[in-house]
Design a protein around this ligand. Structure first.
Ligand code: ADP
Ligand code: MG
Length: 725
């Protein structure tokens, strides 16, 4: 009985209390990293020489030699077994958007006796069957073998669950022919490229101290929580992660009372356990708060080295989902679980740091530091202007299409927000000697200090997809559900390219102009050329769309339009030059991205069809029947039924439209299914035929939701899912 389903869910939720978890008084510093085989655990368990060897491998991103690997493996196993681990797994990120793991126990038989064993060979290399992971045609099933290789820059950790514990070893995943089959490998390669090019430029600028430059990342993760009792009756949420149907609730987010509001007790209990789990895993979670939409929340860690932060964000997403279940919640990471209210993003805070503890995007106090800052800034401006299309690809997927360009998230046009002060500096540099007063003063980078740049929250522009926020760039168009390895690999690569460009240019000018003038010239020229990508105004406005077009900035309105840009000759040359992806690897990634778009839409189409046909239609018919019977009875008694008949007619019409919508979606879905071609063409077909048919069908369903007897309506409603927690 549908009515009892919803009311039973509500009753069950009304009786729920915050879920406690066993925790002594929390000692955060002690708890932090307790389940990580990090530097501390290594130092405690490894002989001095081995520890130093491993540390050096971690710092320089080198592989381990076999003897050292054996020592590390043994220490790691002992540490893990003491913590109750019976199994280990190589933990990797195939191109599915999530992580993969295959568990093996440490068990081995020796003279009929079971011993716990783990050696360097197994630590360093695993051989999962690669045939069932997406490869975009890189590898046929008959040559399915792939291998995973430990990435010593990311420490091993233990995942605990109800009945045991598993040692997870973060790895990269490649085919036997050496092609990357995962998201991690290009991220590692791009970090190396960034390191190489940043060091070259720093040396040119006179730096002799910095030994390593690495990208840093802090991900602000937004998510929704829906009670499991509702979730389980929403087949669309289960299959697609978003509601395909649902009428607007009487109250949405218009009161703006949720953002930073007090956190509901059950949710807070959930967050506390999430944080507890993440701290144990060494994820430095820092911030928790309510987000703008009802039922929406955010979690943010302290930034870290990008390769680690990217792994940690995968862990955040996993832990949110798993701990959610324990607390009776379903955590929704989809970019747009509910129509009509805000969707979720993942602000991707990016910068570059040195092993000497400096942030290269920090405006400095001395003229020298400022010069370095402005050079780095112009590298980023050039990178984004030249490769806005590539940045757009990295955030292109079916879920994010509902968000980008809507009046809640950044537009699909990639631009940079610098804020007024910094833009003034850029203008001054560009106008060079023509600048007057302050501008003239600012222009001489090597000789004067930058004005202090206030890091004022009011100065921030929420509508910009890529904003400078004081000492880092915030890529805000990234979707909440997506793995961040890809956008960061691209950011690293395009900035590495610009750093290389600046080095070449400056080096060529030094003999004739001297260092300071060479830098001034090159920075001024670069900023002048690429300044068009800077925009400090309202990114939501129609004027900006027109203005961006005038400036020649690309605007890829949807994922499918964007995906093709991954393999332009310009992009391929960039990937090859910096050793981030071979042409073949890039092509395969583009195919996978297009295929996953098609798959997402196909699942949405099928899910919409089955719900409309077998859940909504019968409920609407039952309702219409009951009304018809009642009208007839009243008529028999000679009562007036004019208004009721009018209502009934409207309901009937919506039912008719619903059936037309179902048949149309079915036909288009079949057409798209059989219209396979190149992956991108296939995706285009889904976008142009199935996507609009799902929206049309939704109109009928949502109209009926507003008419049908509440007791008969089978799907938990927005007003329930968003507000009852
Ligand atoms: P908000 O943007 O919400 O005001 P913050 O600016 O404090 O919040 O930081 C947001 C995220 O940016 C956090 O995860 C923070 O650790 C991260 N962050 C801060 N500095 C850097 C940096 N240099 N590189 C990368 N991420 C950073
Ligand atoms: Mg932020």
């Amino acid at each position: 009985m549908p009515a009892s389903v919803r009311s039973a869910a509500i009753q069950s939720i009304a009786n729920k209390r915050p879920v406690e978890f066993p925790h002594a008084k929390i000692n955060l510093p002690e708890l932090f990293g307790a389940n990580v085989f990090g530097l501390q655990a290594m130092r405690a368990r490894l002989p001095d020489g081995a520890y130093k060897g491993l540390q050096s491998c971690m710092e320089h991103g080198q592989g381990l030699d076999p003897a050292l690997a054996d020592q590390v493996a043994n220490a790691m196993k002992e540490w893990a077994v003491e913590r109750g681990a019976t199994h280990f797994t190589h933990w990797f990120q195939p191109m599915t958007g999530s992580t993969a793991e295959k568990h093996d126990s440490f068990a081995n038989l020796e003279d009929g006796r079971l011993i716990m064993e783990f050696n360097g060979k197994v630590l360093v290399k695993g051989e999962p069957d690669a045939s069932s992971f997406p490869s975009g045609g890189l590898r046929a099933t008959f040559e399915a073998r792939g291998y995973t290789a430990w990435d010593p820059t990311s420490p091993a950790f233990i995942r605990e669950n109800t009945n045991g514990a598993t040692l997870c070893i973060p790895t990269a995943f490649c085919s036997w022919t050496g092609e990357a089959l995962d998201e991690k490998t290009p991220l590692l390669r791009s970090s190396e490229a960034l390191n190489r090019e940043a060091l070259r430029l720093l040396r040119l600028l006179g730096d002799t101290k910095v030994g390593v430059v690495y990208p840093t990342l802090g991900c602000e993760q937004e998510y929704f929580l829906v009670d499991r009792d509702f979730y389980l009756f929403r087949p669309d949420l289960i299959a697609t992660g978003r509601t395909l149907f649902g009428a607007k609730p009487p109250k949405g987010q218009e009161l703006e009372d949720h953002y930073f509001g007090s956190i509901p007790p059950r949710v807070l209990a959930f967050m506390q356990e999430v944080e507890h789990e993440l701290w144990k895993l060494g994820v430095p979670v820092k911030t928790r708060h309510n987000e703008v939409a009802p039922g929406q929340y955010e979690l943010a860690p302290i930034f870290e080295r990008t390769t680690v932060a990217s792994d940690h964000n995968m862990l955040c997403m996993e832990v949110l989902k798993q701990v959610g279940l324990k607390h009776g919640f379903q955590c929704l990471l989809h970019e747009k679980p509910f129509a009509g209210i805000n969707g979720s993003g993942k602000h991707n805070n990016w910068s570059m740091a040195t092993d000497t503890g400096e942030n290269l995007l920090e405006p400095g106090h001395s003229p020298h530091e400022n010069m370095r800052f402005v050079v780095m800034l112009s590298a980023v401006v050039r990178a984004v202007d030249l490769h806005a299309d590539l940045m757009r690809v990295t955030i292109a997927h079916a879920g994010n299409d509902h968000r980008l360009g809507a009046n809640e998230a950044p537009p699909a046009i990639i631009s940079i927000y610098l804020g007024e002060q910094l833009s003034e500096v850029v203008d001054a540099i560009v106008s060079g000697t023509q600048g007057k007063g302050r501008a003239r003063e600012l222009m001489r980078l090597g000789a004067s200090a930058l004005p202090p740049l206030p890091r004022d929250a009011t100065d921030r522009n929420r509508t910009s997809p890529f904003a400078f926020t004081g000492n880092k760039f915030e890529f805000r168009a990234v979707g909440s559900a997506q793995a961040v390895a890809k956008p960061n690999a691209i950011l690293n690569t395009i900035v590495a390219d610009s750093l290389a460009y600046l080095s070449d240019k400056i080096a060529a000018l030094i003999p004739t102009r001297g260092l300071e003038a060479a830098i001034n010239d090159v920075v001024a020229e670069t900023l002048a050329k690429h300044q068009r990508v800077i925009f400090n105004g309202n990114g939501y406005s129609a004027e900006w769309h027109a203005e961006a077009e005038r400036r020649g900035l690309p605007n890829f309105r949807n994922a499918v339009d964007a995906i093709g840009q991954f393999c332009t000759p310009k992009s391929l040359a960039l990937f090859e030059r910096f050793g981030v992806l071979t042409g073949k690897e890039a092509e395969s990634r583009m195919a996978i991205q297009a295929e996953s778009y098609s798959k997402a839409i196909a699942i949405e189409g099928q899910s919409a069809l089955s719900i409309a046909r077998t859940t909504v239609l019968p409920a609407a018919q039952k309702h219409a029947h009951a009304v018809a019977v009642s009208v007839r009875a009243q008529k028999d008694l000679g009562l007036s039924t004019e208004q009721q008949e009018k209502r009934l007619r409207a309901t009937s019409q919506h039912i008719e439209a619903l059936i037309v919508g179902i048949d149309e979606l079915q036909a288009r879905f079949e057409h798209a299914e059989h219209h396979a071609g190149a992956p991108l063409d296939h995706a285009r077909t889904y976008r142009d035929t199935v996507v609009p048919a799902i929206s049309t069908l939704r109109e009928s369903v949502d109209a009926l939701e507003a008419l049908v007897d509440d007791a008969l309506w089978p799907l938990p409603k927005y007003r329930e899912m968003l507000f009852i927690q």
